[in-house]
Write a new protein. Structure first.
Length: 84
């Protein structure tokens, strides 16, 4: 008998927002490029493949702007970052 170890990600289960003030979410599973995900009623597409546990921008982050995770600044963008 085969068991399903990991279900394919759905739009609603693909990412986790750790704090409502964050501008990045965390990929729960490896996400392929052009994968649609939903967060706060907004639908977004990944631009590139995102490894599990990595950050994905959920809004535009301008060059030099802070990146927020856990409600804290974890660094600054070194270039413009588009959502997804």
């Amino acid at each position: 008998m085969l068991y399903e170890i990991e279900k394919p990600p759905t739009a609603q289960s693909s990412v986790i927002l750790l704090n409502p003030d964050d501008n990045v979410a965390i990929a729960r599973l490896a996400l392929p490029a052009q994968h649609e995900f939903e967060l706060g009623g907004r639908r977004l597409l990944t631009r590139d493949a995102i490894p599990a546990g990595h950050k994905v921008a959920i809004q535009r982050i301008s060059n030099g702007s802070p990146v927020h995770r856990y409600g804290n600044v974890i660094g600054f963008a070194t270039r413009d970052i588009a959502p997804g």
